[in-house]
Every structure is written in structure tokens, then in C-alpha cells.
Design a protein around this ligand. Structure first.
Ligand code: 5GP
Ligand code: MG
Length: 181
């Protein structure tokens, strides 16, 4: 699996250190207010697990399953909600977590759905933010790392369902993208 990686962009220990700071900032933002964490599956799974273990406060976790890449390396432009039911966020403060902010469509669409469900306050957090123009007007309140506009895998992010369990964020070799395993 590691052989398929062209370069490591963000190393495991760099992620760990950044998560310490990110957790502090988020706790400060909610300043004692109870909140529910909404995890956007599956990409944000690894990031969320590590981030929340740095937050020793009472919180609840809900998941929301969306897809927009459908096995490609670029967004399809459409955000599909894969769950029959949405998380119960009515009247609650929400921390919305995703792996990466790219076109912005996912965060915008999920934020909109949660507002429709009656969420009182929504703050968002992403591990990665691609610095580029967005299709949807949205930015994350908390960002782990800013990266360039390239397709990355690892630490929860996949290519065709694989590589989520890489402990770092990296870029795949061109030949792997052309001839997927
Ligand atoms: P957006 O809706 O902002 O375009 O994209 C958000 C979603 O697209 C993320 O939740 C993630 O699933 C996927 N995505 C965007 N950029 C990348 C990337 O570089 N690598 C991978 N593996 N997924 C990405
Ligand atoms: Mg995603």
C-alpha cells in the first residue's frame, strides 16, 4: 500500500500535533456549551476519532453518509445523501466534521440539511482545505491544514475505497490512478 504513494504531504506526527491545537480551539469556540458532533462518512472517520479523543467533555456523535466522488479523483458535482434518516439536531449546537473542503458542495449541502432539521448553531471543522475557488460559497470554521489543489489519500481519505488506513496524508503515483488496484 505504501509503495503506491508518490509523496507524503503531511506526516503522522505533524497531524498529531496539529490535532492538539485544533481540539483546544474547538473547545474554546463552544465555550462550555453542549454540542453534538456530526461526522461526514466515510472520509472524516479517522480524523474525527483522533480529534474527539482530545476533547474530554460530554458530547454525542452522529453520522451522516454522503458521496460525491464516486470512485473518481474529481468531484461529480452532485452530493448524494445516502441515509434514510438525518441526525436529530433540532435545537442543538453542532460541530460538523469532514475530511476535506474541496468544491465546498458537501459542506454547503450538509450544513443546509442540518439547518432544515432545526440545528441552532453549526460550526464546521475539516482536516484539509484545498486553497482554490469554490463552487459553493462556504468555508470551514476550523481547518487542520491548507493544501494545494491535488488529489490526496490517507488518514481517512480514499481512492476507490482504499488507502483510508494510511497513517499520513499523501499523493498516489500516477500509474496507480491510471491503473487502480
Ligand atoms: P467538496 O464537496 O468540497 O467538493 O468535496 C468534499 C468531499 O469530496 C470530501 O468529503 C471528500 O470525500 C471528497 N474529496 C475532495 N477532495 C478529495 C481528495 O483530494 N481526495 C479524496 N480522497 N477525497 C476528496
Ligand atoms: Mg467525503
Amino acid at each position: 500500500m505504501h509503495d503506491d504513494v508518490e509523496k507524503v504531504l503531511i506526516d503522522e506526527d505533524v497531524i498529531e500535533k496539529r490535532l492538539d491545537v485544533l481540539a483546544e480551539c474547538i473547545l474554546e469556540e463552544f465555550c462550555g456549551r453542549k454540542f453534538v458532533v456530526v461526522v461526514i462518512l466515510k472520509g472524516a472517520l479517522v480524523f474525527t476519532a483522533d480529534l474527539l479523543r482530545r476533547m474530554p467533555i460530554p458530547l454525542e456523535i452522529e453520522c451522516i453518509n454522503v458521496a460525491s466522488y464516486h470512485g473518481a479523483t474529481e468531484s461529480s458535482g452532485q452530493v448524494d445523501f445516502l441515509d434514510a434518516k438525518l441526525p436529530p439536531v433540532g435545537g442543538r449546537s453542532v460541530l460538523l466534521i469532514d475530511d476535506i473542503l474541496d468544491t465546498g458542495r458537501t459542506l454547503a449541502a450538509v450544513g443546509q440539511k442540518l439547518r432544515e432539521q432545526g440545528a441552532e448553531m453549526i460550526k464546521s471543522c475539516v482536516l484539509l482545505c484545498k486553497d482554490k475557488e469554490r463552487a459553493a460559497e462556504v468555508e470551514a470554521d476550523h481547518v487542520g491544514f491548507h493544501i494545494g489543489d491535488e488529489f490526496v489519500v490517507g488518514y481517512g481519505l480514499d481512492f476507490r475505497g482504499l488507502y483510508r488506513n494510511l497513517p499520513f496524508v499523501g499523493v498516489l503515483k500516477e500509474k496507480i490512478i491510471r491503473n487502480p488496484p
